[in-house]
Design a protein around this ligand. Structure first.
Ligand SMILES: Nc1ncnc2c1ncn2[C@@H]1O[C@H](COP(=O)(O)OP(=O)(O)OP(=O)(O)O)[C@@H](O)[C@H]1O
Ligand SMILES: [Mg+2]
Length: 237
């Protein structure tokens, strides 16, 4: 059974239909990429899964259990953790307080997971008393991911984790995703950087104006002409 599935999910903001009958599934340990241009509905889809917007139709299933319409805090407790666009850190709180809040959101109390997060990102240990808003962009993204991981999510959803970062840091973030994949963490990855996302993902879905227009194994999509032309800047090599 899929760890996460959306069935015919639709979401509107007033008259704007942002997500139109989208279905997708994520198996345990998979990295699934959601790709598409600006305004395609990627963030809205993640928000609907996370319970921060209510879908007008369709279902969200976590391990086969219908969680549609659950409030965000309850979805988080059940194990779906969203690292939103813009990271969603508690800007005036310290690195350490942000990590504690990550555990609180999941209803966890796990000193080992906190240590493991700081082992993964040593800069966070070094800066654990520093106010989150004073971290660099790359460090803030690391903190946002660490804050999600300390709750040991069933599904980690990352919304454009590399956005606005310098190339070296973009690579560092993708290395983190690849490392988490090796450890068996189940990940839904929304990215503008389609090439890097398809390189790390097992499967991908491509959205256009709120609908899934293509889906399949990431390697196949990366090699396909339509994706090359629309998202990878040219014809296949
Ligand atoms: N809070 C909101 N209120 C009204 N409309 C919204 C809201 N958030 C998103 N939309 C609209 O819904 C559609 C989908 O937006 P969404 O942010 O989900 O796309 P996206 O694929 O994440 O885009 P981007 O790549 O720019 O992050 C767009 O037309 C957008 O303008
Ligand atoms: Mg978005």
């Amino acid at each position: 059974m899929s760890v996460l599935a959306a069935r015919d999910l639709s979401v509107s903001y007033g008259k704007i239909r942002a997500v139109k009958s989208v279905s997708f599934a994520v198996e345990r340990g998979e990295v699934v990429a959601l790709l598409g241009s600006n305004g395609a509905g990627k963030s809205t889809l993640l928000r609907a899964v996370a319970g921060s917007v209510a879908p007008e139709a369709g279902q969200v299933l976590l391990g086969g259990r219908d969680i549609t319409g659950w409030p965000a805090h309850r979805v988080a407790r059940a194990g779906i953790t969203l690292v939103p666009e813009g990271r969603g850190l508690l800007a005036r709180m310290t690195v350490w307080e942000n990590l504690l809040m990550g555990q609180y959101a999941r209803g966890a109390d796990d000193a080992h997971a906190l240590e493991a997060a700081m082992d993964r990102f040593p800069v966070l240990r070094q800066r654990r008393r520093q106010i989150a808003s004073t971290l660099s962009g790359g460090e803030q993204q690391m903190l946002a991911i660490a804050r999600a991981l300390v709750g040991r999510p069933e599904v980690l959803m990352l919304d454009e984790p590399s956005l606005g970062l310098a190339p070296r840091l973009v690579s560092a973030i993708f290395d983190v995703v690849a490392g988490l994949k090796r450890e068996g963490v189940t990940i839904v990855l929304v990215e503008q950087n389609a090439r890097k996302a398809l390189a790390v993902a097992d499967r991908a879905y491509i959205l256009e104006t709120g609908r899934v227009v293509l889906e399949g194994p990431a390697a196949e999509l990366a090699a396909g002409e339509a994706v090359q032309r629309a998202y990878l800047g040219g014809a296949p090599a």
